[in-house]
Design a protein around this ligand. Structure first.
Ligand SMILES: [Mg+2]
Length: 321
């Protein structure tokens, strides 16, 4: 890689908040401070050209932003505060420097927006597709991470915003819900959380499975994004199906006690939170309605496999589970 690029990058990275970085770019490894009483939360995710995005069709700045945002969302889902990132770019040899700079514009934009340092990383040039791998580090109070496994019978089911139809463009510019972490920590005890990457119903099903509970969903309360309605017009499916099954919303699904929910109800709307059901002892996903409890099947998509949209997924349809 050209030295001038690395100098440019160091200059740009220097402008980011770096409170947690003891030693940053320029040594053999980074040193990250973890305050007393906190644990390190770490997550990593790679996105690859032609699998997760289409370089040339999607803007490089958006691809870089997304690579950061998906990792930030996982930190939010753990109830963590994101502090620093390690960024690894594997660059096709044609126009490697230009590509790196363009991708970094989005990475730096997300870092600035969410107050995260770039603590280090790697750049390689090779004869292969563009790949962006980001490891996000953050902190959680010791023993107080939000796990998938903590939901209990009687907890309320909450979603942090409208879902569905992200493929219309929102999937490239997600808003990881890190804003909710400190607000919720100050007010309540979150029992369990997961971010919606593969689809509301699929990710909710994962949370239920980890917690050993089921859930009764009032599907009429599920906030359906306008993009899900627009997608439904194009696909002939129902907006609700898109809301339940489309992925990459990067909103949070949360479980907390009824008492805690009542404590935050007055602010909940401003924060985007909607109560849409409750966790029950009987396993499975159930919809509540006039006919009583009806079994629902999780639908969503698994990243890394193509579907006809040319993006990153395969429809599981009504996969049995
Ligand atoms: Mg996740």
């Amino acid at each position: 890689m050209e030295q001038s690029f690395l100098a440019w990058l160091r200059g740009r990275v220097r402008n980011l908040p770096a409170a947690s970085v003891g030693v940053g770019i320029g040594d053999d490894a980074a040193i990250i401070d973890v305050p007393v009483g906190q644990q390190l939360v770490a997550t990593t995710d790679t996105i690859i050209d032609q699998v997760d995005f289409v370089f040339g069709q999607h803007a490089a700045v958006d691809i870089g932003f997304k690579a950061m945002a998906i990792n930030l969302s996982d930190v939010a889902a753990m109830g963590g505060v994101a502090t620093s990132a390690l960024v690894t770019l594997s660059l096709p040899s044609t126009k490697a420097t230009e590509t790196a700079a363009a991708i970094y514009e989005g990475i730096l934009e997300a870092a600035q927006k969410y107050g995260v340092a770039i603590a280090g990383g790697d750049l390689s040039v090779y004869d292969g597709p563009l790949s962006i791998s980001i490891t996000m580090l953050g902190t959680v109070p010791v023993g107080a991470a939000w796990l998938r496994s903590g939901a209990i019978e009687g907890d309320v089911l909450i979603v942090s915003g409208p879902v569905g139809g992200s493929l219309l463009g929102r999937h490239l510019r997600p808003h990881p819900r890190l804003d909710l972490v400190s607000r919720l920590r100050e007010a309540v005890t979150v029992h369990a959380a997961i971010d919606i990457s593969d689809g509301f119903s699929l990710d909710l099903d994962r949370l239920c499975a980890a917690s050993g509970v089921g859930v009764a969903i009032d599907t009429e309360r599920l906030p359906i994004h306008a993009d899900a309605v627009a997608r439904a017009e194009a696909t002939g499916r129902k907006p609700l199906e898109h809301a339940l099954g489309d992925g990459e919303d990067f909103e949070l699904i949360l479980a907390m006690s009824v008492d805690d929910w009542e404590k935050i109800q007055s602010q909940a709307e401003t924060w985007g939170l909607v109560r849409i059901g409750k966790f029950i002892g009987r396993t499975g996903l159930w919809s509540t309605g006039e006919k009583g409890l009806q079994r629902m099947l999780a639908s969503g998509f698994i990243h890394g496999q193509k579907r006809d949209s040319g993006l990153n997924a395969i429809g599981l349809g009504n996969a049995p589970h």
